[in-house]
Write a protein that binds this ligand. Sequence first.
Ligand code: NAD
Length: 380
Amino acid sequence: MKKLSRRAFNTTVGKGIGAAALMTPLTWAYGSPNTHKSQKKLGMALVGLGSYSTYQLAPALQDTQFCKLSGIVTGTPKKEVQWMQQYGIPKESVYNYDNFDDIANNDTIDIVYVVLPNSMHADFCIRAAKAGKHVICEKPMAMNVAECDAIIDACQEAGVKLSVGYRLHSEPYTQEVKRMVSEKTFGNVKYLSADAAYNSRGNPDQWRLNKALSGGGALMNMGVYAIQSAIYGTGENPTSVTAQEFSTRPEYFKDTDETVTAQFEFPSGAVANIFTSHNVNANRLYASCDRGWFELNPANHYGPLRGSTSSGRTIEFPHERQQKLQMDDFASHILSGTPNKVPGAMGKRDMIIVEAIYKSIAEGNVKIPLEFAPMYGFGE
Ligand code: NAD
């Protein structure tokens, strides 16, 4: 038998696992994707046509299996024409922020994906639910916990499904981390370190640096990824958090946090340190366990991600757009009741933690206790 080099072996094994991991539950249920091409695709409307919708979500929707781009909601008339032409969207499926509620009468739209500045998430998610549409809300879910509750309640009342735009839960590297944690491949995780940060040098008037529109700085924008890593990288919800804030460019970060670190304790005794910043690039998840370690580096950008472990394995999977996998997962949840990997409770849990981190900083870096049911906020 031909001997495989370690790299070739890792790649081959990775691809095998990747193919399995990338098969959605509908694929498992009905066979290969080609066998159910005729299945109805759910129509999706993107609300807010900024950079994430333009460069990630709309292109990903050209490739999705269970949903398609059917409508747009924008405050910029010039974009209406561009998007109608580029994506073949009919005029009657184009809305602005004022007439958005008329979307209730549009049967071609099943899902509304809110991709606006954070301060607008709650309003548009609630209006979408009242219009009878399933909802995806971008991260961070809202400005505070009270708004998360209002979104969850509105979706429950309307009987529509709700998900948050944490795309990593649908991509294979993160699923592999979750597998190693739940199967205790290296024993129990005892220490986790998570970094999620980028170096912001752009327009100082952008909404992300304006607290009224963003709700906060690095912590709200990138910190939620580090919080997520700490939780799926240990498989537990934290029982306390202690946090610190650092500022080196107050003239640029006038209104929002520049750099935040925080330490979590977990029920098992594991501890985690997270780092988030708008002043430096950092993107990594590292977990030290009883009998070894695993790492993703990078851990949370659009991919391809990359991983390694103490056993010498390189974690590699074929690359697919994370947003394609994420939106198909949610559509599949609606169409056939497959698990909702990112329920509203997950976004709310993270906002409870964000509020606790800001509280710890405001009160002089004190330890803030956290109380969650063991699996609260975990995907189904
Ligand atoms: P962006 O600034 O590129 O776009 C924002 C959009 O909102 C624009 O179309 C803008 O016209 C519109 N808008 C309406 N009212 C506005 C106002 N008062 N101020 C500013 N813009 C206004 O932002 P983005 O990067 O597309 O982010 C949108 C949302 O998506 C945010 O919640 C962000 O956190 C989230 N996001 C998520 C990911 C991810 O990987 N899941 C990546 C990027 C952004």
